[in-house]
Design a protein around this ligand. Structure first.
Ligand code: UDP
Length: 457
């Protein structure tokens, strides 16, 4: 058995994709695999700028870059359909050249395997063309991948049309065990924004093609969490929750520096008393809705730690309701970006007010924290259904007749969540299940071992 294998790991250039793939890369490095991690220049610059010098010194993987073909565009426009189209055009050639360049450098072993985001199927094709092993990574939950793989059937049976829009207002059942998808909850569904829908539907279809070559599909979940959806995905290998290794610093891979002052603040709060509010890297509010969140938190009377990105209100910093900051000064702490996993692991946290992105969902489940769900788009809608209805570890917020989540709804649901013993018990049970799965003998542990064997064979 050759112990010196070199793999190239390639995430889609977005925060929610880079985070799980960098955790995977760390786990591989820990198991003796030589890992190169490929980003476009913009993403690499963000990752390096957010890392401490100490983290950089102990970094066990080598970062390499490729061009995303969008260098002439402003940074905030390098996303969505434009980014996908550019990547699909330039990435195959750029990744092939990158691999050749690495393989021709004198002082290292050649790349033997490409591990790529399932949304970058063309990268897996390059690996196949070059005779390398290929492994795909699905950075969201298995239910949504199962739904993507079902798209051809949904079109052929007339449930959705060629643009992904529902034709029939009917519930979609993938199997008897998988919870139904409402026709308005299809992850690409964006009736008010056809451009966004096209992008999300194209990505969902890219994924189908990328699974057709039969490569292993890694998923940051554990089998026991959703075995019914896993059963619908050929070659899936659940290896989560990542990170399974103890010494991984969870701050590595973030695009913004994490403000650790909130950890000292949490140290001073009573156990089980603080609401943690974070909506991931892309969700945005209108100002009026932002005000309702602020006033709902104030009305609840609980302490809170709130992540407010500088672009959270339609791309800009928010304005706070009159006197809000002064009135809540002793109750609340606001940061631009938090060390989320360390926060959720803290004993002072009582619940996670979340947009239900998959990484955040896994973060919360790992630490047994109940969820208050406010999904925005894509897989978050179905993640919310799982959190609330399947695992019963959270509650969700309902919009009023104006499409807003009111301050009263927020206060009422916080009160209900924090007094629900059943939800807390379920959350703690899932936390234990998650631990078991990555401990020796657990399902994810065994799956990860088989991945390592495959890579080293
Ligand atoms: N995250 C973080 N600090 C924050 C908020 C989020 O480090 O203040 C991390 C979080 O741990 C997760 C990622 O950012 O790994 C967000 O991914 P997710 O899939 O939850 O949401 P997305 O950003 O893709 O909408």
């Amino acid at each position: 058995m050759d112990l010196y294998q070199c793999v190239l790991v390639v995430p889609f250039p977005a925060q929610g994709h880079v985070m799980p793939l960098i955790k995977l890369a760390y786990n591989l490095a820990y198991h003796g695999i030589d890992v190169m991690f490929a980003n476009c220049e913009l993403v690499e610059a963000k990752i390096l700028a957010a890392m401490s010098d100490a983290d950089k010194e102990q970094f066990p993987i080598r970062l390499v870059t490729y061009s995303d073909g969008m260098e002439s565009q402003p940074a905030d426009q390098r996303s969505g359909q434009g980014l996908r189209n550019s990547l699909s055009k330039v990435m195959p050639g750029n990744i092939e050249n990158l691999i050749k360049q690495i393989n021709h450098s004198d002082n290292r072993e050649p790349i033997t395997c490409v591990i790529a985001d399932l949304t970058l199927g063309w990268t897996l094709e390059v690996a196949s063309k070059m005779g390398l092993k290929q492994v795909a990574v699905w950075p969201a939950g298995p239910a949504c991948l199962a739904l993507s793989l079902h798209i051809p059937k949904l079109i052929s049976t007339g449930v959705i049309d060629e643009t992904g829009s529902p034709v029939k207002n009917e519930l979609i059942r993938l199997s008897n065990e998988v919870p139904v998808f409402g026709s308005s909850e299809l992850m690409w569904s964006s009736p008010d924004n056809p451009t966004a829908q096209k992008f999300l539907f194209d990505i969902s279809q890219d994924v189908i093609k990328a699974t057709e070559n039969g490569s292993i599909v890694l998923c940051n979940t554990f089998l026991e969490l959703d075995s019914s959806s896993c059963a619908l995905i050929p070659n899936i290998l659940p290896i989560g929750p990542l990170p399974a290794i103890k010494h991984l610093n969870p701050s590595i891979g973030t695009f913004s520096p994490q403000d650790s002052t909130c950890l000292n603040w949490l140290d001073k709060q009573p156990s089980n008393s603080v609401i943690y509010i974070a909506f991931g890297s892309t969700a945005k509010f209108i100002q009026k809705q932002f005000n309702e969140v602020a006033l709902g938190l104030e009305l609840s009377g609980h302490s809170f730690l709130w992540v407010i990105r500088s672009n959270i209100v339609n791309g800009s910093s928010p304005e706070y309701p009159d006197g809000f900051l002064e009135r809540t000064a002793s109750l609340g702490k606001i940061v631009e970006w938090a060390p989320q996993e360390k926060v959720l692991a803290h004993t002072s946290i009582s619940c996670f007010f979340s947009h239900c992105g998959w990484n955040s969902t896994i973060d919360g489940l790992c630490f047994g924290v109940p969820f208050l769900c406010w999904p925005y788009f894509y897989d978050q809608l179905q993640n919310k259904n799982y959190i609330r209805d399947m695992w019963k570890v959270g509650l969700s917020l309902e919009h009023d007749e104006d499409g807003m989540i009111s301050r009263h709804e927020i206060k009422t649901k916080i009160d209900s969540l924090l007094t629900d013993e059943g939800i807390k018990r379920n959350a703690l049970k899932l936390m234990e299940d998650a631990k078991k799965s990555v401990n020796e003998g657990g399902s994810s542990y065994e799956n990860f071992e088989s991945l390592i064997k495959y890579l080293k064979a």
